[in-house]
Design a binder for this molecule. Structure first.
Ligand code: PEP
Ligand code: MG
Length: 654
């Protein structure tokens, strides 16, 4: 069977390396041959390179063509991925912190006076902050020249394949030892090493008479040039990935081991021609004081990883006089893209002062890790963490989180093709509860639909998904999804202070139906001889209906958590994802603040507490108004916790 379908690409940033790798992975689950077609060009979904070279931007109208027995399902799946805007958006946001803007002036006063530009070498601002330290020149082993011509075609092909396979395996091993974004970056490059286009080009060159080494170098150079010629910044950055893959494969062919960045002494400023994502991903970059490279862009994976590790970095520094090469000490300003080889006394003093001030601020805030803040009027405020995965527990604890105010369970369901089992869910919830034995852990039941589609759950097509079957509505309509989650929660409850909250509630019937389902699950588990315990039930207030029904709802549950992201968009009738109405979609709009006050009054009358777990919870400029309204818990991403504790209690002068 052959099927074609027209779709519009909704993946933010278009089809760069990771979405391409994802499409390759998805299509491996089908027997059909799949192609994406755009402006007269066609790319097989088996090759990331082919897909990247199509240069598909967000909004591009393309055709998916599939030939084979399972063509219809395959097309559905790939179309779902290409059109599933927010699933990918969430992923992208986590992986790719925005590249820093052009070197800033010092209008914001954060970094004090501008340094002496006339004495600085300039490059691309790659990672925020200033640094100074001994220079460490990082160079990979030099490649010996390869014979240009193949001695024996089959032997050369075998040698090239073995080298490619070895590099792929070693990248995957590094990925397995890493986590989060780093692991994904390494896996994406490992995927490129197995790409059929990469293999076909190398084999083609060997068959035309080149040696394995010459073929690898030529194929790598050609592909890197083709990618570099694309308009898209991310695709261009992938040309750096293929350049590093080429070098790793060529080194492997000569039996040479690449030098690991782990060998760079802690606290030094790494100086390199470039560092590849493969090199950066396999190491703990936060050990380094700073990074300076002669090549590379702010959108490269290495830059993304440097920013994620919080290392000040400057990329693409022209060094015609080899000043970097001869430097013993280097100072750098990663916000302005300035580098000072062998800085003089005044630059040293300035950089050291700025660095120490930034460190002192961060350190001073550390004093608040164990603090339970109170306002000047003595109101105790719980500052908790919003988490999307158990991997974030350590960060939340280090930031002094007073429990978890929102665990978004939908992330357990995303970025995979199957559903998590009851057991998997139980283990995640248990781990979370055990990590915060002294504090409430609020786990939100599955909130999918609208901006959070999940690949393994087929949802009906809706004209207005934000007003459609999402959150608790979907869970109640699909007990086969909801019951395993409720069972996992009941089983996890004995391990800590479990609170469960329901998203998108509009009325009491949803609470009643959920409570009935919880009872049914509890009885079944007890019959099966499993340990269960009760948990505290609350709801999110994120619909205008819940605001107007707050008095009645408050009698049914033990707490409210206001989801200001959705509440704001529904109160203001302004899409939270549409930058064109961003001014309307603000929590400080009088109508939204008034809704929040109504909710707090209803809660107070019923004797239950109110928290806020939307983005507004981390906004110091509205925190006072939320607290004055009666909010006693603010839950936010771990990175904002210490600053918020300080904003509430005013302990530390920043
Ligand atoms: C909210 O709507 O404010 C909220 C916390 O939920 P989410 O952002 O996950 O929709
Ligand atoms: Mg919400």
């Amino acid at each position: 069977m052959e099927i074609q379908r027209a779709v519009r690409v909704a993946v933010p940033g278009g089809i760069h390396a990771r979405p391409a790798a994802e499409i390759v992975k998805l299509s491996k689950g089908y027997n059909s041959e799949l192609f994406l077609e755009y402006q007269g060009k066609s790319a097989t979904t088996r090759s990331s390179f082919k897909l990247i070279l199509l240069s598909l931007k967000e909004g591009a109208d393309i055709t998916i063509r599939a030939i084979g027995e399972d063509a219809d399902r395959a097309v559905d799946d790939i179309a779902g991925f290409l059109e599933a805007r927010q699933d990918n958006h969430a992923q992208g946001a986590a992986e790719e912190p925005a590249p820093p803007s052009a070197p800033a002036d010092c209008a914001d006063g954060r970094l004090g006076a501008a340094l002496h530009l006339d004495r600085a070498m300039t490059g691309i601002a790659g990672g925020s902050g200033v640094a100074i330290g001994p220079a460490f020149q990082f160079r990979q082993p030099v490649l010996a020249p390869f014979p240009p011509v193949a001695a024996d075609v089959d032997t050369e092909i075998r040698a090239a394949m073995e080298a490619m396979q070895h590099v792929g395996q070693s990248l995957r091993r590094q990925a397995a030892a890493a986590s989060g974004g780093t692991a994904e970056v390494l896996n994406a490059i490992a995927e490129l090493s197995a790409d059929p286009e990469w293999h076909a080009r190398i084999v083609g060159l060997i068959r035309s008479g080149r040696s394995a080494g010459a073929a690898i170098l030529t194929a790598g150079k050609d592909l890197a040039e083709e990618l570099a010629a694309l308009e898209d910044t991310y695709a261009r950055a992938r040309s750096e990935d293929i350049a590093s893959l080429t070098r790793l494969t060529a080194l492997q062919l000569q039996g040479k081991q690449p030098i690991s960045l782990n060998e760079v002494p802690t606290g030094s400023i790494l100086v390199a021609d470039e560092i590849s994502a493969a090199e950066a991903g396999g190491t703990d970059l936060s050990r380094l004081a700073g990074i300076v490279t002669r090549h590379g862009s702010a959108a490269s994976h290495a830059a993304i990883l440097a920013r994620a590790a919080g290392v000040p970095a400057v990329f693409g520094v022209a060094d015609p006089l080899a000043l970097l090469e001869g430097a013993r000490e280097i100072a750098l300003d990663g916000d302005r893209g300035q580098v000072f080889p062998n800085p003089d006394a005044s630059v040293r003093a300035e950089i050291i002062e700025q660095r120490d001030r930034a460190k002192a601020e961060a350190l001073a805030l550390q004093a608040l890790v164990g603090v339970a803040p109170r306002t000047k009027d003595g109101v105790a405020i719980t500052v908790a963490a919003n988490l999307g995965s158990v991997e974030e527990i350590a960060q939340a604890k280090a930031a002094g989180a007073m429990g978890v105010g929102l665990f978004r369970t939908e992330f357990l369901f995303m970025n995979r093709n199957d559903l998590p089992t009851e057991e998997e869910q139980f283990l995640a919830y248990q781990r979370l509860l055990q990590a915060f034995p002294e504090h409430p852990v609020i786990i939100r039941t599955l909130d999918i639909g609208a901006d959070k589609p999940v690949r393994s759950i087929a949802l009906p097509r809706e004209d207005n998904p934000f007003l459609g079957l999402r959150g608790i509505r979907l869970c109640l309509a699909r007990p086969e999804l909801f019951k395993p989650q409720l069972r996992a929660l009941l089983r996890a409850a004995p391990f800590g202070r479990l609170h469960v909250m329901l998203p998108m509630v509009t009325g009491t019937s949803e609470i009643d139906a959920t409570v009935a389902m919880i009872d049914e699950c509890r009885r079944a588990l007890i019959d099966e001889g499993k340990d269960v315990a009760p948990f505290v039930l609350g709801i999110m207030v994120e619909t205008p209906a819940a605001v107007f029904a707050a008095q009645t709802l408050a009698r049914k549950v033990k707490f409210f958590s206001i989801g200001t992201n959705d509440l704001t968009q529904y109160v203001m009738a302004a899409d939270r994802l549409n930058p064109g109405v961003a001014d309307l979609c603000r929590v400080d709009q009088p109508a939204v603040l008034s809704a929040i006050r109504m909710v707090c009054t209803a809660a107070e009358q019923a004797g239950i507490w109110v928290g806020v777990c939307g983005e507004a919870a981390s906004d110091a400029s509205v925190a006072q108004q939320l607290i004055s309204a009666g909010v006693t818990e603010l839950s936010m991403s771990p990175a904002s916790i210490l600053k918020m504790k300080n904003a509430i209690s005013g302990h530390v002068r920043e």
